[in-house]
Design a protein around this ligand. Structure first.
Ligand code: PEP
Ligand code: MN
Length: 335
């Protein structure tokens, strides 16, 4: 249920509604909007009768929320959520396409800084690189851990790029929150509820990747876990889903982009690299995603992909990434 206050509702009137909601043992979540405040009712087990709020001063409407996810839904909040990094230096969810680029994993300081400098020159605003890597094989490179995060801090210092890096479980989330500007939750962890709750308590934005076989409802419910713990700064990231194809690692679900833009107010980013799994498809998928309306991209770039410790075959060379950005600008997208 969403209680919509009228335009001129006073702070006192809003407070009285919140008290009435809480008196029932439910949670009230005020959602300030451009024109008016709405108050979401959460943690109710059973239907709420909107009529009990309708006569109250300042209340304009009581709207049932049809979806199981509430906080992520546009029914609850009509305006787009924007996520600001630094002092508004980068805004995710606004008019500009925000690009995060970098290697799959931090391998060394030299590698990270050299790639960071080149992607920055091309137009990336955020550096992506994993320090804790969730690998399919236990024998594969697992990442540099905390040392990798310290290298990422250095990248930020030297280049001014913001940092996104993955937290693979709730325990490492502490250190990732400390060093990164955005906490990434990977496809394999989209339904790791303990991690989602921990990320929900973080003071940093969370980039949530879609599980490789997750439905949209499951994806939204995962974001709801984060938001229900108090963190409103969630970025939804489509990264390809598993299908029957052999011509790509995954299949980029382009349909998901307009669907998400319609269904949630949260910013939508796309990772064409993991969707493709091969370099020769990344640029086309990136263009398609931007044309479909996404707010940003997450692209793997490596200066020596043949020697990369992970995901070399899908990593663009720095000059290919530069062409990708130039191509988007030529299509009149603001990067
Ligand atoms: C990554 O971004 O490097 C990564 C592991 O992505 P995903 O979780 O989408 O596989
Ligand atoms: Mn990767």
């Amino acid at each position: 249920m969403l209680i919509v206050m009228s335009k001129g509702a006073t702070a006192e009137e809003i407070e009285v509604v919140i008290k009435r909601i809480e008196a029932h043992g439910w949670q009230a979540k005020p959602i300030p909007g451009g024109e008016r405040t709405a108050i979401g009712i959460l943690r109710n087990h059973g239907p709420v009768d909107g009529a009990m709020f309708l006569g109250m001063p300042g209340v304009r409407d009581a709207i049932p929320v049809s979806k199981p996810y509430k906080l992520v839904s546009r029914e609850m909040k009509r305006e787009n959520t924007t996520i600001s990094l630094g002092n508004g230096d980068v805004i995710i969810g606004g008019d500009k396409i925000v690009v995060a680029a970098g290697p799959c994993a931090v391998e060394s300081e030299k590698q990270a800084i050299s790639i960071a400098e080149s992607v920055k020159k091309s137009g990336a605003a955020i550096f992506r690189a994993g320090a804790f890597k969730p690998r399919t094989s236990p024998y594969a490179f697992q990442g540099l851990g905390k040392k990798g995060l310290q290298i990422l801090s250095k990248v930020r210092e030297e280049t001014g790029l913001f940092i996104v890096s993955e937290a693979t479980d709730h325990e490492v989330c502490d250190v990732v929150e400390k060093y990164a500007d955005i906490i990434q939750i990977g496809t394999r962890n989209m339904q790791n509820y303990r991690l989602l709750k921990r990320a929900g308590q973080a003071k940093k934005p969370v980039l949530l990747k879609r599980g490789m076989s997750a439905t949209m409802d499951e994806f939204f419910m995962a974001a709801e876990y984060i938001m229900s713990e108090g963190n409103d700064q969630v970025i939804m990231c489509e990264r390809g889903i598993r299908t029957f194809t052999k011509h790509s690692r995954n299949t980029l679900d382009i349909n998901a982009i307009p669907f998400m833009l319609k269904t949630t107010h949260l910013p939508v980013m796309v990772d064409p690299s993991h969707a493709a799994g091969r370099r020769d498809q990344v640029t086309a998928l990136a263009r398609a995603s931007v044309a479909a309306g996404c707010h940003g991209l997450l692209v793997e770039v490596h200066n020596a992909p043949d020697q990369a410790m992970s995901d070399g075959p899908q990593s663009l060379l720095p000059e290919e990434f530069d062409d990708l950005i130039k191509g988007l600008k030529a299509m009149n997208f603001q990067v």
